[in-house]
Design a protein around this ligand. Structure first.
Ligand code: ADP
Length: 190
């Protein structure tokens, strides 16, 4: 049973690494970005509300995200553990996650913070925009997402700052190296 939170700026490699670790640990990979993109594609009520925020590089309101996460964490497959990718992204989300986990009698084992310098992130995101055609990977939206990270998500790192579960990993390395460091951090005792 392993429960991990992945934190980091857009383009840090959270999604890629979270998938690898989820396979390794046989736990579900829960990406709020993936759930939102599926909702947008299916034009669900959530997707219709979320789309404009996402296209502008802004965060989707906390209330929508919290309802979504609560629903996802109530599904049976999460009994095995989970990896949260892209959540929490605001201090309010982090506070509410604490409340939710306490209610469920759960604790997270590690909070993995992937750290990558801004210029590397911009280059990666613009390249992904070209390769995958993601509509929020254009230059103006990438700059906005980075600004939103610094304003709203960096404080989440401070919120968790004194917890022993928090581990910072250098994300400016090869995929394999980052995976290896993440696995070591999961295996090490806190
Ligand atoms: P990235 O980390 O590269 O920005 P994500 O797939 O995690 O990509 O997120 C894409 C977009 O989805 C964000 O820019 C934001 O609009 C929305 N989103 C994802 N997770 C959250 C969240 N926890 N809170 C608010 N908005 C979110």
């Amino acid at each position: 049973m392993t429960r991990l939170i992945f934190l980091g700026p857009p383009g840090a490699g959270k999604g890629t690494q979270a998938k690898v670790l989820a396979d390794w640990l046989s736990v579900p990979h829960i990406s709020t970005g993936d759930i939102l993109r599926a909702a947008v594609a299916n034009q669900t009520p959530l997707g219709v509300q979320a789309k404009a925020y996402m296209d502008g590089g802004d965060l989707v309101p906390d209330a929508l995200i919290l309802a979504m996460i609560q629903e996802r964490l109530s599904q049976a497959d999460t009994q095995k553990g989970w990896i949260l990718d892209g959540f929490p992204r605001t201090v309010a989300q982090a506070e509410q996650l604490d409340v939710l986990l306490t209610e469920m009698g759960q604790r997270c084992d590690r909070i993995m913070s992937l750290s990558v310098p801004d210029p590397v992130l911009v280059a990666r995101l613009l390249n992904r925009g070209k390769e995958e055609g993601r509509s929020d990977d254009t230059e103006a939206v990438v700059q906005r997402r980075l600004a939103v990270f610094h304003e709203q998500t960096k404080p989440v790192l401070a919120f968790y700052g004194d917890r022993r579960e928090l581990v910072t990993i250098n994300g400016d390395a090869s995929l394999e190296t980052v995976t290896q460091h993440l696995k070591q951090a999961v295996a090490a005792a806190v």
